[in-house]
Design a protein around this ligand. Structure first.
Ligand code: AR6
Length: 170
């Protein structure tokens, strides 16, 4: 299966690239960003400092350093502000740009966290629908990527992603 979902810690994933839900500074933070920086070690922050930040909806890559993943794709999701501030377009752009970056470092397997649905408060049902449909559509144009895994932190999130995958990819 090209697109799947699991409940796991993304820092432990043995894939070519994991995606980080970062902020525009790319200098670390809480949530999955903090976990990735802790697991990758201080070299990741040093590499991020060279990138000069990242716009919301865009993505930039570094090596994975101490992570099992060879690369980290850092993307910046939108802060949920009610849905009328272009949040959906920006979130779709995160998934599309992250896959383009992953392809540019020759990644064949990619794991995503649930971008923007933590501190940035994007409603999980809407976010998961956009995540799955955008990944499916983008993969049609990037055949070199063989697997995309949505790495959910909670059982509740996993159920939401699983339902979207069943609905949108079968
Ligand atoms: N593995 C997988 N998912 C995780 C992990 C983990 N180890 N840890 C947390 N999550 P968030 P955002 C889930 O808040 O909403 C940071 O401070 C978490 O349960 O990490 O995009 C950045 O620097 C949730 O489902 O990211 C930004 O400032 C999902 O990851 C800001 O937070 C995303 O939650 C970005 O906020």
């Amino acid at each position: 299966m090209k697109i799947n979902a699991i409940q796991a810690d993304i820092t432990q994933q043995e894939v070519d690239a994991i995606v980080n839900a970062a902020n525009t500074s790319l200098l670390g933070g809480g949530g999955v960003d903090g976990a990735i920086h802790r697991a990758a070690g201080p070299e990741l922050l040093a590499a991020c400092k060279q990138l000069g930040g990242c716009a919301t909806g865009d993505a930039k890559s570094t090596r994975g350093f101490k992570l099992p993943a060879r690369y980290v794709i850092h993307t910046v999701g939108p802060v949920w502000q009610g849905g009328e501030r272009g949040e959906a377009e920006l979130l779709m752009s995160c998934y599309r740009r992250s896959l383009e970056e992953a392809a540019s470092v020759n990644a064949r397997s990619v794991a995503f966290p649930s971008i923007s649905t933590g501190v940035y408060r994007y409603p999980i049902n809407e976010a998961a629908k956009l995540a799955v449909s955008t990944v499916k559509q983008t993969l049609d144009a990037i055949p070199s990527i063989e697997t995309v895994t949505f790495c959910c932190f909670s059982a509740e999130d996993l159920a939401v992603y699983q339902a979207c995958i069943n609905q949108l990819t079968r």
